[in-house]
Design a protein around this ligand. Structure first.
Ligand code: ADP
Ligand code: MG
Length: 231
């Protein structure tokens, strides 16, 4: 379970990006985080695996997100950044996908198995020796997903995963996300994807939760969308 209690976050310039966020997300839930540009979606996601920390409490399966628990937290929560260049930094796709399991301390033959399985899960079998720089946008995104799947996380967090993808790559990514058993927490402007993949929507506006409920109840309500600059 992900528990967030009174989370407040100020950037160094003093601006509040998150204002008393309280949330519980249960294992297996498929959640879309929606809100206008600058609402605080990315800032909230970055608290789920300890990249950002400020006031308030975030707990993952009972473990408080703090420096000491980071290895455990990073194994539980896989974060797929909006920009694949923040995720893929090695000379080969295989090294990038191996990075997590090596960090988790697995022996090399187990790491190799995990890399193979993760690449197969994202339909990139045989891409081990490819340079991440030379992949298409859709392949980069799926390779990014593989870098976290290789750690067998319980919660998969994705920041605007379909942004910038062409229709075919978007479809492939959505098909992949549909097959995953993990909890999904997806920040997105792609309301069609949210309707297709998620059961719950958390809507944020200026760093506060403006609505939280069934995906259809929120995303098919024009008044709510209008009030929150989503229509
Ligand atoms: N590094 C930063 N320093 C200062 N302010 C930031 C920084 N990153 C984001 N912000 C501000 O924090 C707020 C929330 O941003 P963000 O979480 O990126 O929103 P979203 O992902 O919903 O578009 C915005 O007002 C944004 O301008
Ligand atoms: Mg963002």
């Amino acid at each position: 379970m992900i528990e967030i209690v009174n989370l407040v976050f100020h950037y160094p310039d003093g601006r509040a990006a998150l204002d008393k966020i309280n949330l519980v997300i249960h294992p297996g839930e498929k959640v879309a985080l929606v809100g206008a540009n600058g609402a605080g979606k990315s800032t909230l996601l970055l608290h789920l695996n300890g990249i950002l920390q400020d006031e308030g409490l975030v707990k993952i399966n009972g473990f408080e997100v703090n420096k000491q628990n980071l290895p455990k937290i990073r194994s539980l929560v896989g974060m797929v950044f909006q920009n694949p260049d923040d995720q893929l930094f090695s000379l080969t796709v295989g090294e990038d996908v191996a990075f997590g399991p090596i960090y988790q301390g697995f022996e090399s033959h187990i790491v190799d198995d995990k890399v193979k399985n993760a690449l197969s899960d994202v339909q990139l079998s045989g891409f081990e020796d490819r340079h991440p720089f030379h992949l298409s946008g859709g392949e980069k995104k799926r390779a990014s997903v593989a870098t976290v799947l290789s750690m067998s996380p319980e919660y998969l967090v994705l920041d605007e995963p379909t942004a910038g993808l062409d229709p075919k790559s978007r479809k492939e990514l959505m098909a992949l996300l549909k097959t995953l058993p993990q909890s999904l927490i997806i920040a997105t402007h792609d309301l069609k994807m949210a309707l297709d993949l998620t059961d719950r929507v958390i809507l944020i506006n200026h760093g506060k939760i403006a609505a939280d409920g069934k995906t259809k109840d929120i995303l098919l309500n024009e008044e709510i969308l209008h009030e929150n600059d989503l229509l």
